[in-house]
Write a protein that binds this ligand. Structure first.
Ligand code: FES
Length: 101
């Protein structure tokens, strides 16, 4: 489910990549951050700790830590400052690591 309100600014001739968000295959372009890939594909980053509302990052520049996602069971990172790579597996929930997701 593509978010038509968000348009990637990566060059149109950037190589296409494939990654997954919570197991769902999505296309991305080289040069995009994980956050832009997630938001342009209708995903969210995590759920709020208190009310469970969907979060989409806050500062978008690596300062607030509102965009932590999992890349493997032992590797987390900020979606807003992590470039997407081909084959990347992005997990939003606590299914990796036992966090609050
Ligand atoms: S959105 Fe603030 S650190 Fe990523």
């Amino acid at each position: 489910m593509r978010n038509e309100m968000l348009v990637p600014v990566a060059p149109f001739d950037a190589p296409l990549l494939t990654c997954t968000i919570d197991g769902r295959p999505v296309e991305a372009q080289a040069g995009q951050t994980v956050l832009t890939v997630m938001l342009t594909n209708g995903a969210f980053v995590r759920r709020h700790d208190v009310d469970g509302e969907k979060r989409a990052g806050f500062c978008l520049m690596g300062a607030c830590q509102d965009c932590w996602v999992w890349f493997s069971p032992d590797r987390r990172g900020r979606a807003c400052t992590t470039p997407v790579v081909d084959g990347m597996r992005i997990v939003t929930s606590a299914s990796y690591g036992g966090g609050d997701g």
